[in-house]
Design a protein around this ligand. Structure first.
Ligand SMILES: Cc1ncc(COP(=O)(O)O)c(C=O)c1O
Length: 473
């Protein structure tokens, strides 16, 4: 998980009692009400409301803690917002790595255009969620024979080739299967603008074919008889909150696509723009302005698409966290409170083991607090507002969910909610470390809550008796 660095206007907002240190703009009271579908909001940032707290509290009471709660209404709003601003140019592909829960993938099936997977395991989860393999692409720098075979045999839409080795292996598998496999070639550009939390190109990188090698490698792939190059793919940076940097990156993509397609005489069916759209994780982070992106890059996208070489080309935005990150909360319960040398520390039942990203250990350079609030607020002033640390249940000092967080005074039994946890949650966490019960996953649609826990069905969850081996609660 990348550190998001861009400061934003929200930083100045005062902290209402019972919410996080700095308050994001309040928009989504409707979202956590039952219905009807709200209008597309100008900006999307989750905020604590009594209704949200009631629902998160109900999820914790019914399913236990720690839990992830995913709100499909909010994800739906975000999708509508994406389409409203960028749908004129782009179809949307969801990166399964960001949240592979099959119930969510199922929800997405009739709403999104494509899925991108990065392993045989994600292929199986996507198929379990009912996705047609023809709408699935497959990225990943170290694909191996069994997963390639499974993907090709099942009728995968596009294989995203990241090397010549992979192309030759895929060609041999496709030959045995009697298929000609459509492929996209992943290109690593020479430059990524500043402003991305994580960079996958612009320096030595395991991902894709370096743009300077494309002229040599693409013709060799094109000669493989059981592969058909139908386009190109770039994913060079994630977690960017700056519209200017996103636009600059897409300009680089357009140049790379034009140069390669001209040199190789390609009329691509598809070009994948690795979106890089970031989300606010920390107090003070900006909310990405999709309108500013559309206004700045729209005319250039129009010109690009008017090129005869690209008139029949489908442009696709590949993204994960932007869609689902802010639509999820991590709910954990305070087990114990310690006053230690002047610092109040709330110790919770789920920490880094269940939510690596929120602990700051998922690729973050400097640990920064996520947006956090106490469910139930300050109980009408009964809880003084003070700085507290929040840690998890592990026997390591890196298991910390918050340092100096300004919250109503926490007591044992309290619930806290961490925002922006819908992406890179359980599947990106060291769930087996120290053997605590696994987090639950809960789907919230209107007022309905549904247990959609996937991971570790063989392991006890909170609410189960961990000493029982017969699976009974
Ligand atoms: C190839 C590829 N596609 C999509 C994504 C999704 O990124 P994000 O969740 O930041 O949108 C990633 C993230 O690392 C990626 O590597």
């Amino acid at each position: 998980m990348a550190e998001s660095r861009a400061p934003g206007p929200d930083a100045a907002a005062p902290a209402p009692a019972g919410t996080a240190e700095a308050s994001p703009r309040p928009i989504s009271a409707e979202t956590v009400s039952a219905n009807p579908a709200p209008p597309v909001p100008a900006s999307i940032a989750p905020v604590a409301t009594p209704l949200l707290d009631a629902r998160l509290g109900a999820a914790a009471a019914r399913f236990g803690t720690p839990s992830y709660v995913y709100c499909t209404d909010l994800a739906g709003e975000r999708l509508a917002d994406l389409r409203a601003h960028l749908g004129r140019w782009f179809a949307i592909s969801f990166a399964v790595k960001s949240n592979p829960n099959p119930a969510l993938l199922d929800w997405m099936r009739d709403r999104l255009d494509f899925l991108d997977i990065s392993s045989g395991g994600e292929l199986a989860l996507s198929r379990q969620a009912g996705w047609d393999p023809a709408r699935i692409s497959f990225t990943g720098p170290a694909k191996q024979e069994p997963e390639l075979r499974a993907a090709i045999e099942t009728g995968l839409g596009e294989l995203v080739l990241e090397s010549l080795r992979e192309a030759e292996l895929a060609n041999a598998i496709a030959a045995r299967t009697g298929r000609v496999q459509p492929v996209l070639v992943r290109i690593a550009p020479a430059r990524v603008p500043k402003g991305f939390g994580d960079q996958m190109a612009g320096r030595p990188s395991p991902f894709g074919i370096d743009v300077e090698d494309a002229a040599e490698i693409l013709p060799r792939i094109a000669r493989l008889p059981h592969l058909r190059i139908i386009g190109l793919h770039i994913y060079s940076g994630t977690q960017c909150l700056r519209p200017d940097a996103i636009c600059e990156n897409w300009r680089i993509f357009m140049q790379v696509f034009s140069d390669i397609c001209t040199a190789q005489n390609l009329r691509p069916e598809k070009l994948i723009f690795g979106a890089g759209l970031g989300i606010p994780y920390h107090p003070g982070d900006a909310t990405l302005d999709l309108g500013a992106i559309a206004a700045a890059i729209g005319p250039e996208l129009d010109t690009f698409r008017a090129d005869p070489r690209f008139v029949g080309t489908r442009l696709v935005l590949e993204l994960g966290r932007y869609l689902i990150g802010p639509a999820g909360w991590f709910v954990t319960r305070v087990v114990s409170v310690k006053q230690s040398r002047g610092t109040r520390i709330a110790i919770c039942d789920g920490g880094m083991n269940a939510n690596l990203a929120a602990s700051g250990n998922f690729g973050m350079v400097l640990r920064r607090n996520y947006l956090i609030h106490r469910i139930g607020g300050d109980e009408d002033g009964a809880r003084p507002i003070e700085k507290q640390d929040i840690s998890g249940p592990l026997c390591t000092s890196i298991d910390k969910l918050g340092g100096g967080v300004v919250l109503p005074r926490l007591e044992a039994g309290d619930l806290i909610a961490i925002h922006a946890c819908g992406a890179y949650g359980p599947s990106a966490s060291p769930l087996y470390f120290i053997g605590h019960p696994l987090p639950r996953e809960v789907l919230m649609t209107g007022g309905q809550l549904r247990d959609i826990t996937r991971i570790g069905e063989d392991r006890p969850h909170r609410g189960t008796d961990p000493t029982r081996t017969d699976g009974a609660r």
